[in-house]
Design a protein around this ligand. Structure first.
Ligand code: ZZB
Length: 258
């Protein structure tokens, strides 16, 4: 799988993360790295998700930067030369996902440049970086999770202000209109993020309709088909230094850490 690794700079750590990190990162800038297959939707990021039961590391990428992701992802990045020296990883600190919640980060290319880290039940530790950037207009999982969090902020131990940004339309399709995700949540009668089977179906339908019939409604490629815009937005992000190619080896690495 060829993902785009999106660099979301930490602007303000949650108190728990700040305490766990102390002065362990030296003078490095720290980024949460989200793995996405939908770079063209980055204009509509409203928050970021981590798993509260997942262990993350803060890994030195070089002398100036450090990345927050799973150990498994850091290994892949080191093999791919994104983390240097190639093949070597240095973990500066360890963080439980629960401690990252409430951290304020920069979402590159988003119309909402400052977003918060929130909890999601269905983040898989064995996929991507374990960090998911959230686009609730086009991702049914993100939309439903955001609605769950807004409904029960105490239960999820969040400040409602962290989940306050509304979904932002980024593309339109003939079948689902300006925002596919809420349309499919309604159509498939999905009630919560625990409806995982229906959410998989909703994701597939959203993805296909967006890719084959979607037109960008925002950004540099407004009016261009999603199929054409996708690699261009990705390239623009990479050129701007806010993203990089991140490949996921099928099978081998995944089964080793599963
Ligand atoms: C932003 C985004 C916007 C995404 C969208 C999707 C959509 P797939 O096809 O199943 O591989 N993701 C990444 N890592 C994880 C993880 N560890 N656990 C759970 N979800 C993860 O799905 C790839 C997508 O799943 C990624 O692309 C990421 O969310 C999420 F509008 O990034 B995406 C219709 C989907 N729309």
């Amino acid at each position: 799988q060829e993902y785009t690794g999106v660099k979301m700079e930490v602007l303000d750590w949650s108190p728990a993360a700040k305490e766990a990190i102390g002065d362990k990162v030296g003078g490095r800038k720290v980024f949460l790295v989200a793995a996405t297959l939908r770079p063209e939707t980055m204009y509509g990021q409203t928050n970021c998700f981590v798993g509260t039961g997942i262990k993350y590391g803060v890994f030195a990428a070089n002398d100036k930067e450090a990345f927050v992701c799973t150990l498994r992802a850091a290994r892949n990045m080191a093999f791919q030369g994104t983390i240097t020296p190639r093949g070597h990883i240095e973990q500066l600190a360890e963080l439980d996902g629960s401690k990252i919640i409430g951290t304020k980060i920069h979402a590159p290319f988003s119309v909402n440049p400052q977003v918060y880290v929130l909890p999601m039940d269905n983040v898989l530790p064995t996929k991507g970086t374990g960090v998911v950037t959230s686009v609730p207009s086009e991702s049914p999982d993100d939309y439903q999770t955001l609605m769950d969090l807004r409904k029960k902020p105490e239960y999820y131990k969040i400040d409602p202000a962290w989940a306050a940004l509304d979904p932002v339309p980024v593309l339109s399709t003939p079948t689902y209109g300006e925002m596919s995700a809420p349309a499919l949540i309604k159509l498939l009668k999905i009630q919560s993020q625990k409806d995982t089977k229906q959410l998989v179906e909703a994701k597939e339908l959203t993805y296909k309709e967006g890719f084959y019939n979607g037109t960008m409604s925002i950004g540099e490629f407004k009016g261009v088909s999603v199929q054409e815009a996708k690699p261009k937005v990705r390239e623009a992000m990479i050129n701007a230094g806010v993203a990089f190619a991140y490949a996921e080896p099928e099978g081998l690495v995944i089964s080793r850490s599963a």
